[in-house]
Design a protein around this ligand. Structure first.
Ligand SMILES: [Zn+2]
Length: 451
């Protein structure tokens, strides 16, 4: 049974299923106003691995991940570029799914758009006002956090401590708020801004109100798992949860947060630091599977430094796996080694310990290669276990398609040699392939062969 760290209880505990055999999960999706960065890629890949692993074990997963298509940042960009805001959101959403496709991230079961839910958001905010948990001001409607008894649960801080910390309080509407930590559920629009009607005046929903309405609508009360990056824990997730609690509704049963992507100096990589590496760039310059491999070799809760060294190492590791797939292309039909798969599941079930699972994968590749060299009978079941583990974490191996195994193995060895910067070996392999009649095309994404 899968055990995951839960941010709310601060312990690793079993992921309970409201409906046996099905996991309902919500992942905060992108605000579509710019290109996706490496942090977005990490969050989607971590939960894609979780989803695929659960499905591999026979569990059905309903994953809801929204598109925030109305937000201050979208309006700012539309004004700056004098374009309709829908131009920006439509274009950015296309780019988002293009990047996700390249990374091999499966499309969520549902992709609700915030703009489709404004009426429901207005209704929810109205209920909160009616029961005295929210109040209107000159510029919008605010949730009164003092009326939410365990506000600060996810941040693991009391309201007083949160205020003493200072930095994270919402500054919007500061003048009229009853409490500095109160946050906007509804923001009245200025002339020319996109707006929807409401009892408090034309305006738009606050970001925190979007996810709570969409998750409860599509997944229902007490859904199993709410996910997102560590940076969303507070205030975004805290504030989503506060609204559900204020309404007396059961919200997510388990909270999962992935760590930051940092640069070589350990600084968080974010738009505000201006050292963003664009996700599309990454997948254009390197094998798009490399980022998944890099993240699999890091624990999801810790920070990940993305740099040349570990991207190169990931490309090399993939080349080794592809060479193995090419070598074993003719080995099929065996039952996967049960002992290996049991150990794989133990590691994955232990708070998604993918680094240990990957160590087992590479160890199994070594054992299978040794067994193949020795002509041992156990090779086929080890080969099958390798393929099962790759499927479980969403790693697609390239055995070379309709290229014969021997040539594919040489192409993979060529990539490995390049990744290791052994250009003499790479040139020798290229010459061998060309002598065999292949046209060899090598890009940063890897080598392809054509007759
Ligand atoms: Zn959210």
């Amino acid at each position: 049974m899968l055990r995951l760290y839960d941010t709310a209880t601060r312990e690793v505990r079993e992921l309970a299923m409201r409906e046996p055999g099905t996991v309902s999960m919500y992942l905060c999706g992108p605000t579509v106003y710019g290109p996706p960065h490496l942090g977005h890629g990490r969050a989607t890949l971590v939960y894609d691995v979780l989803r695929r692993y659960l499905e591999w074990t026979g569990i059905r997963v309903r994953l809801v991940s929204n598109i925030t298509d109305i937000d201050d940042k979208i309006i700012e960009r539309a004004n700056r570029e004098a374009r309709p805001w829908q131009d920006i959101t439509h274009r950015c959403e296309d780019v988002w799914f293009e990047a996700m496709g390249r990374l091999g991230v499966a499309r969520p079961t549902d992709v609700p758009h915030a703009t489709e839910y404004v009426e429901q958001m207005v209704a929810m905010i109205g209920q909160l006002v009616e029961i005295g948990r929210a109040y209107p001001t000159d510029d919008g409607v605010y949730l009164s956090v003092e009326t939410v008894e365990d506000y600060g649960l996810l941040a693991n801080q009391s309201l007083d401590d949160l205020l003493a910390g200072g930095g994270e309080r919402e500054v919007y509407g500061a003048e009229q708020k009853r409490h500095p930590a109160d946050f906007a559920l509804w923001k009245l629009s200025k002339p020319g801004e996109p707006s929807w009607p409401s009892p408090w005046g034309d305006g738009r929903p606050g970001w925190h109100s979007e996810c709570v309405v969409m998750s409860l609508d599509l997944l229902g009360e007490g859904f199993d798992l709410h996910c997102g990056g560590m940076d969303l824990k507070f205030p975004h997730h805290e504030n989503e949860r506060a609204q559900a609690v204020a309404l007396g509704k059961r919200f997510a049963n388990h909270w999962m947060h992935n760590g930051f992507v940092v640069d070589a100096e350990g600084e968080k990589m974010s738009k505000s630091l201006g050292n963003v590496a664009n996700l599309l760039d990454l997948t254009e310059h390197y094998d798009p599977r490399a980022y998944r491999m890099l993240l699999l070799q890091s624990h999801y809760r810790g920070p990940v430094a993305v740099g040349q060294d570990n991207i190169d190492a990931s490309v090399k590791a993939l080349a080794g796996l592809d060479a193995f797939a090419a070598r074993t292309a003719g080995v099929a039909g065996a039952e996967p080694d049960g002992d290996v798969l049991a150990r794989f599941r133990d590691r994955m079930d232990d708070d998604l310990d993918t680094p240990a699972a990957m160590a087992l994968l590479f160890d199994t590749v070594r054992r299978a290669n040794a067994a193949l060299d020795a002509g041992g009978a156990e090779a086929a079941s080890l080969v099958a276990a390798v393929h099962e583990m790759c499927t479980a974490v969403g790693l697609e191996l390239k055995a070379g398609g309709d290229v014969p195994a021997e040539a594919a193995a040489k192409a993979a060895a060529l990539d490995a040699a390049r990744a290791a910067k052994d250009y003499a070996a790479a040139d020798a392999l290229r010459a061998e392939l060309q002598a065999d009649g292949w046209t060899v095309e090598t890009t940063k994404a890897g080598t392809t062969l054509r007759r």
